[in-house]
Write a protein that binds this ligand. Structure first.
Ligand code: F0G
Length: 420
């Protein structure tokens, strides 16, 4: 199987361009990377992956941010707003209360538009330029649309975003709007938006920049590379486990690909690869269902609901890449309630780290797995927090303390503070 951790480096096909090509994960068909617009396999409609003739080792990386990892990306430079190089925070109180040897928070909310999506867009929008397209599009629960709008405008291109009406957090819509995207509010959920935008893309109306696009996931690999370099610097070892929220399972797929490539490059032992743990909200947990049932495919959930609107997704399109990632690394998937998500959002806030609800799912999932004994007390763990608190100000205000009205004089304020 091409997605196995022990897969050999594939032979370089004739259609490779400068050592880069696209390969179908289902049937192995190969394609030139930048000649035609293509999102899935022409032969079997399977998902595509970018492949390289030469895979880098850590010594090949230099500089800062996503483009530090240019040697593992399909282009040497992108349309950039200085994405990546996000903090890997220490959280001593949370580490103690969860009860693990080490807990670090990789806060992707610290990217230019406030989510990890920027890492994918800096690559994806550059590939769009290479392909010569002029209109970009995505379906989104919000963050992808904010990132696409910003990187599209940076690249001087037109952007179109399809959002589920009434289900996108305020900060994200504001970003897409100000960066100049045309916002189409769809009377349906995210999965319906993705169905429509895929058809628009197939008709050649726009270039699709959802995570179905294999180039976007290349940029997202850099989250994994940064976490590994951070742990190697601080602990002289890679983490035992990485816990992350799952929607379309793009990050799960991207992190797994980053690790597979390091194994193929001889930089990482198979047994060292961190266990990947996907966390979903209880009301939108088709990946968890598939992992629990040992299923080869994910069943689409038509009705999904969660306060964590970023991961309100019933049809994770990258499941064929992500399921092997979870299984081959010895990881798992778990669901958490909205209440557990909000509690974890408060825990992170108590360490000064402001995240949106979907992000907190990772910490909520870790806590649950630790309580269940799946995670042991000697593990070093990284939790991914995918988006910034300000993305969803309503959720933050609802989870936080209420403002207290006081009179406009010091005596009155003092009296209030003394509880009179
Ligand atoms: N966390 C946040 C904050 C997200 O915005 C998303 C996805 C995820 C997690 C899930 O990541 O798809 O790689 O499993 N948001 C997409 C969007 C769907 O449109 O912004 P995944």
């Amino acid at each position: 199987m091409s997605l196995s951790l022990s897969a050999d480096q594939p032979a370089v096909p004739a259609d490779a361009d400068d050592g880069v090509w696209l390969e179908c994960i289902e049937c192995g068909e190969t394609f030139a990377p930048f000649e035609d617009v293509r999102y899935t396999c022409d032969e079997c409609d399977g998902l595509l992956e970018v492949r390289y003739a030469d895979l880098p080792t850590f010594a090949d990386f230099e500089g800062r941010g996503v483009w530090r990892y240019g040697a593992s990306l399909p282009l040497e430079e992108g349309v950039t707003i200085r994405e990546g190089a996000t903090p890997l925070y220490e959280v001593p109180r949370l580490e103690e209360s969860v009860g693990v040897e080490a807990l670090r928070i990789k806060h992707e909310g610290m990217n230019p538009t406030g989510s990890f999506k920027d890492r994918g867009m800096t690559v994806g929008v550059a590939v769009a330029k290479e392909l010569g397209v002029d209109r970009l599009a995505c379906a989104s629960t919000g963050n992808t649309s904010a990132a696409l709008a910003a990187y599209g405008s940076r690249g001087g291109m037109e952007t179109l975003v399809l959002l589920p009406a009434g289900k996108v957090a305020a900060g994200k819509v504001a970003q897409a709007s100000l960066h100049g995207a045309r916002i189409l509010e769809v009377d349906g959920n995210f999965d319906a938006c993705l169905d429509v935008v895929q058809e628009l893309a197939a008709k050649g109306e726009a270039y699709l920049l959802n995570s179905l696009n294999p180039f976007r996931l290349e940029g997202q690999k850099t989250i994994g590379l940064e976490i590994l370099e951070g742990f190697l610097a601080d602990y002289d070892a890679v983490p035992d486990r990485i816990v992350l929220p799952v929607g379309n399972a793009g990050n799960t797929s991207a992190l797994y690909k980053a690790f597979r490539e390091l194994v193929q490059a001889g930089e990482l032992e198979e047994g060292e690869v961190p266990k990947l743990v996907g966390v979903q909200a209880e009301g939108a947990a088709p990946m968890v269902e598939a992992i629990e049932n040992g299923a080869d495919e994910v069943r689409r959930w038509d009705d999904v609901e969660t306060r964590a609107t970023a991961i309100r997704i019933g049809n994770p399109v990258n499941a064929p890449k992500a399921l092997p990632g979870i299984r081959e690394t010895g990881g798992t998937a778990i669901s958490v309630t909205d209440e557990e998500i909000t509690a974890a959002q408060r825990d992170l806030a108590g360490e000064g780290i402001g995240v949106e609800p979907a992000s907190a799912a990772s910490v909520a999932g870790l806590r649950k797995l630790r309580a269940d004994g799946v995670v042991s007390d000697d593990e070093r763990v990284a939790c991914l927090t995918t988006g910034h608190l300000l993305k969803d100000p309503d959720a933050a205000a609802a989870a936080g303390r209420d403002p207290e009205p006081v009179p406009a004089d010091t005596e009155g304020v003092l009296a209030h503070l003394q509880g009179e």
